[in-house]
Design a binder for this molecule. Structure first.
Ligand SMILES: [Zn+2]
Ligand SMILES: [Zn+2]
Length: 227
């Protein structure tokens, strides 16, 4: 079930191995941020229909990073439609060269076929899809190509697996994970202006999200002993 966060933004908080999935209605563009594992794609479609969209109506999928719990769900969608895929270049280039290791699919015993990322994202760029614009920030640490997406005019930050509620944060023990980079990424997050944070797992933070970002930074900083 999708929970409405603002006029045009909804989040489907996962209760399984799936990532959370965010749906954004950008009028002429229908956007998903992350796609789950793909194991529950029928349920995803039903939930999208309930809020006036559908899997086939999706024009763009932006991935916060390429772990299988976020990217696996792209496969059933590209079976029947052809949304544009967006991912940070440091993971997108590997996937486009046929290297699926960073997705962790083999680690979890799943065979992910090669796929093509249409748009390689870069630090600092503004990505506009329909009438929604995101500032793209490279926030490595959980993985090299992890990004946060800032919807500045709504005070909403999409944090992927970099920052979670309750002072928690993404793990750093997967390939290309890096504790020092995670701490600097969390520190950067505390410098941006937002009220709501939508993480890749666990619940949405719908007020005072910046304060929670500060506590994630403090926790990671003391755990990994980096500033
Ligand atoms: Zn995840
Ligand atoms: Zn992840």
């Amino acid at each position: 079930m999708f929970r409405q966060i603002s006029d045009n933004i909804y989040i489907r908080v996962s209760n399984s191995f799936d990532s959370n999935i965010i749906y954004i209605n950008g009028k002429e563009k229908q956007i998903l941020i992350d796609a789950g594992t793909g194991m529950y794609s029928d349920a995803l479609n039903q939930d999208l229909v309930k809020i006036g969209s559908s899997v086939d109506a999706i024009t763009d999928i932006v991935l916060t990073h390429s772990h299988i719990d976020h990217i696996g769900g792209v496969l059933p969608i590209i079976d029947t439609s052809s949304p544009k895929l967006h991912l940070h270049k440091s993971e997108g280039e590997m996937i486009n060269s046929g290297d699926m290791r960073l997705t962790l699919s083999t680690t979890f015993g799943v065979e992910l076929p090669p796929m093509k990322i249409d748009n390689l994202l870069e630090e600092g760029q503004t990505l506009c899809l329909g009438d929604v614009c995101f500032k793209v920030y490279s926030t490595p640490g959980h993985s090299i190509g992890s990004i946060c997406l800032h919807i500045e005019d709504q005070g909403i930050l999409i944090t992927g697996d970099t920052m979670f509620p309750g002072g928690s944060f993404g793990r750093v023990d997967f390939p290309t994970g890096n504790p020092q980079q995670l701490v600097s990424s969390l520190k950067r997050i505390t410098e941006w202006e937002f009220v709501i944070a939508l993480p890749g797992h666990m619940n949405a933070i719908t007020s005072n999200a910046k304060r929670q970002a500060e506590s994630s930074y403090q926790m990671a900083s003391s755990m990994f002993r980096y500033q």
